[in-house]
Design a protein around this ligand. Structure first.
Ligand code: UD1
Length: 421
């Protein structure tokens, strides 16, 4: 495993293409089970969460071929309906494979999923929704054994617009002869991407991107070829890194609308932002002022960019306030940032940040995916050298972030972790 050794004081500049979205790819990979045929995917990010999901698909019986540009998944041979427990523990979104298996085979056996420790992350909304669809769940052991003769006509009212539950319920409702309505559905762009992929396959998913989604069951699905949407969180991360380093970049292959709350906030804090259809240009003169953000479901400020924005605020003038409304444990990284001289006071959902002139380098440890990336960008503006340990968290969800930042002018080395015992 590696550490990142980051020399502070660099300035990002240049032009870069944004990679495919992690959070769109993972449910689309689950969806490839449904057609029992070949799916060709383009713009799939090179990240370990994708590798883990592909391992699960292979264990279930899929044949997978990859080259640099294309991923081909042949789900004809899927025969197993038990999601391997060891792989299930590795990532949270493994739970949505359950929806695809139940839809195609009428049964699935799975355990509680793992994933980054950013909150309690229950799956009650997934299970409640499954039951409304007519799925019987035996929860008497550590496994959830689900069986279903047929999905029934029903209306599901989600208690919270959970992204994963919305995706799981869509996937579970694709095949059959029913009509399912999901109300208070999540409206994230990644849900639209999943629905577009499914509809390209022949499914009937109507209303994705709004809070009411209707799924009309279909009998069969066809082969499909699809390009995954750009990663809005990677785009936000690169923009925030540029803003912090008084940089000047242009991002290509991005959808500005998807990160509109961040672009507005960056402008409010003193950056110059110009958007075009699929590009965003950002220029920062380093004169940054603090602000207030509150995370919300889409189209509000995304929780996944909260750690990065909080990090950005550590060097903005004045006092800033951050409220995290989605995950109760998403401030762990601030303990590490404080080692670098950040002035952050966390109380419950709220973080109060007093801007400092400069951070300083330190030995820090990633606490989760976005927290880890936050430490990388903090290291780039810190005085001296920063060592970020446990980069495996960062590799779960960012496609070669170190190389992209270096390409734009950062000074980040990968160092092999030595066993110090
Ligand atoms: C997805 C994203 C993640 C993002 C999050 C919120 C993927 C692979 N991950 O995660 O990057 O941070 O959306 O935008 O797409 N909840 C329940 N019960 C449930 C399900 C969720 O209480 O059954 C709660 C969660 O604990 C959390 C909130 O709902 O507090 C949001 O979770 P959810 O939208 O489901 O997030 P994920 O799908 O896990």
């Amino acid at each position: 495993m590696y550490n990142y050794i980051i020399k502070g004081g660099s300035r990002l500049s240049g032009e870069l293409d944004v990679s495919g979205s992690k959070n769109a790819t993972l449910p689309i990979l689950a969806a490839t089970i449904l057609n029992g045929k070949v799916s060709k995917l383009y713009n799939v990010p090179d990240i370990s969460d994708v590798q883990t999901t592909l391992k699960i698909l292979e264990e279930l019986g899929c044949k997978i071929k990859k080259d640099k540009k294309k991923l081909v998944i042949d789900s004809r041979g899927v025969s197993k309906t038990m999601i391997p427990e060891d792989l299930m523990r590795k990532l949270r979104s493994s739970v949505i494979i359950a929806g695809a298996l139940i839809s195609r085979f009428g049964e699935v056996n799975f355990t509680y999923p793992g994933g980054c420790d950013i909150g309690s992350r229950p799956i009650d909304l997934h299970l409640k929704g499954f039951k409304k669809l007519g799925i019987k769940i035996d929860e008497n052991t550590s496994h959830m054994i689900c069986k279903c003769d047929k999905i029934i006509n029903t209306e599901i009212q989600l208690d919270f617009p959970s992204v994963g539950a919305t995706e799981n319920l869509i996937l579970a409702s694709v095949l059959g002869n029913h009509e399912v309505v999901i109300k208070n559905a999540a409206m994230e762009p990644e849900i639209i991407d999943l629905a577009c992929f499914l509809n390209r396959m022949g499914a009937k998913v109507i209303g994705a991107g709004t809070n009411i989604i209707k799924i009309k069951g279909v009998k069969t699905l066809k082969e499909v070829s699809y390009t995954v949407m750009p990663d809005r969180i990677e785009a936000g991360t690169l923009l925030l890194a540029t803003a912090m380093t008084s940089g000047d970049i242009k991002l290509n292959k991005v959808c500005p609308e998807h990160i509109s709350p961040i672009l507005h906030k960056l402008q409010e804090c003193g950056c110059r932002v110009e958007i075009d259809k699929n590009t965003i240009a950002l220029k920062s003169n380093g004169k940054l002022v603090g602000t207030e953000i509150k995370t919300m479901p889409y189209p509000g400020f995304p929780t996944d960019l909260q750690p990065l924005f909080t990090t950005f605020l550590t060097i903005c003038k004045g006092t800033s306030i951050v409220t995290e409304n989605i995950f109760e444990n998403r401030y762990k990284f601030t303990q590490e940032l404080k080692r670098m001289g950040a002035k952050i006071n966390v109380e419950g959902k709220t973080a109060i940040i007093k801007g400092v002139r400069r951070l300083h380098g330190a030995n820090v440890e990633s606490t989760d995916l976005r927290g880890g990336a936050s430490l990388m960008i903090a290291g780039m503006v810190a005085r001296g050298t920063t060592k970020v340990r446990k980069v495996e968290y960062i590799l779960r969800g960012y496609d070669n972030l170190d190389k992209k930042l270096n390409y734009l002018g950062a000074n980040i080395l990968r160092e092999e972790e030595r066993n110090e015992n």
